[in-house]
Write a protein that binds this ligand. Structure first.
Ligand code: NDP
Length: 339
């Protein structure tokens, strides 16, 4: 194809907070699909907190992005040309895609999407990696039981909002924290959380959690780290479980400044608390279980879903930065092309 397209590459590595100067929008050619390959037209791209870690030149469970190479993340696309057996023009797929309008891929790294009524973008959120993260962390890692007490932070975001709703569907007492009054209102009024608070307004987070959980917290779904994590550690119930999902408060720390670990860890010993980190991709067997549960909760109205959608590929860097600063309600998505 001799057509051109836009792509976004990593222009520099941030030291501390990421800004738009760390990305560059470029015009490039649409690649040709060879034998066994697919030409994809991108519909939606996902911006996720873990992508901030890939901007650093450090070894992790996913390799770093390279300077002048496209940013890569979750995306939903349509096959517009197929040179691979079993794949046809019009197939819809989800997989890791470059931040561009088109790309060429081998089928191996892609999953064909079933024809359902669900909007395509949901496969990057509630029906995709973030929804599955909520399920894995709450059920498989923290082994949450019906009727238990649950605390989740970043609760109005993609993962947290699903955690709270699954736990409510199990009859749990669920408290969420978020960074604005309107998010707090959304948690209790729309998502059915038992209670919620704005962490930015609180001078004593330990005391806030003590008031909400006078008998202690059975399950903490930790998305944030920092002072909220310390406050949760101080309020655990005996035999409580902490699913350590993310520590977004630290993701933009300056290079070489390892944020100090949480204080008060000795309290976990006496209370027999378990703390387990996890990466959702290490739990592939949970996908079917989450798909079935999500369908049931959606059908019975126990699960609702919000998205914040940025329009156009060029808006991806600002959408990513906004999400890291709390600008999103629900899942932050970038719409690249119309369905
Ligand atoms: P969200 O949709 O929740 O967006 C991130 C949110 O984090 C923001 O909206 C903001 O909400 C909150 N936040 C940012 N900085 C801070 C801070 N300093 N203190 C408190 N809250 C903050 O993102 P996701 O749902 O996609 O991800 C949530 C967490 O889950 C992240 O830590 C992510 O890395 C982790 N994750 C882990 C996975 C795993 O396999 N372990 C997989 C997927 C996600 P607010 O306005 O409330 O501040």
């Amino acid at each position: 194809m001799s057509q051109t397209q836009q792509q976004i590459v990593l222009a520099g590595r941030p030291d501390g907070w990421v800004s738009e100067e760390h990305f560059a929008l470029q015009t490039t050619g649409v690649p040709d699909a060879g034998e066994g390959q697919l030409l994809l037209r991108h519909h939606f791209l996902s911006v996720d907190p873990y992508m901030r870690g890939r901007m650093n030149d450090v070894k992790s469970y996913v390799p770093p992005f390279q300077i002048d190479e496209p940013i890569v993340g979750g995306g939903v696309a349509e096959v517009i040309e197929s040179h691979a057996e079993g794949w046809s023009k019009g197939d819809l797929v989800v997989g890791m895609l470059p931040w561009s309008e088109y790309s060429v891929a081998a089928p191996e790294g892609l999953r064909k999407l079933p024809k359902t009524k669900a909007p395509l973008s949901w496969h990057l959120g509630i029906l995709g990696m973030p929804g599955m993260t909520a399920y894995v962390g709450l059920i498989e890692v923290a082994r949450c039981q019906p009727g238990e007490t649950v605390f989740v932070n970043a609760a109005a975001g993609a993962v947290g909002s699903v955690v709270g709703q699954i736990a409510r569907s199990m009859g749990c007492f669920v408290v969420g924290s978020a960074g604005s009054d309107s998010k707090v209102q959304h948690l209790t009024e729309t998502l059915g959380f038992s209670a919620a608070f704005n962490y930015r307004d609180q001078s004593d987070l330990r005391q806030v959690l003590r008031q909400h959980f006078p008998r202690g917290i059975d399950v903490v779904f930790e998305n944030v780290g920092g002072p909220q994590f310390e406050a949760a550690i101080s309020n655990m119930a005996v035999f409580g479980r902490i699913a350590l999902c993310g520590m977004i408060a630290d993701y933009n720390a300056e290079r070489g400044e390892m944020p100090p670990g949480p204080r008060g860890m000795t309290q976990l010993i006496g209370r027999n608390v378990s703390l387990q980190g996890f990466i959702v991709s290490n739990y592939p067997d949970a996908a079917g279980k989450w798909a079935a549960l999500a369908q049931r909760l959606l059908e019975t109205g126990q699960l609702t879903y919000q998205e914040t959608v940025a329009d156009g590929l060029a808006a991806a860097p600002s959408a990513f930065i906004s999400m890291l600063k709390g600008g999103n309600l629900g899942k932050q998505i970038v719409k690249v092309a119309s369905e």
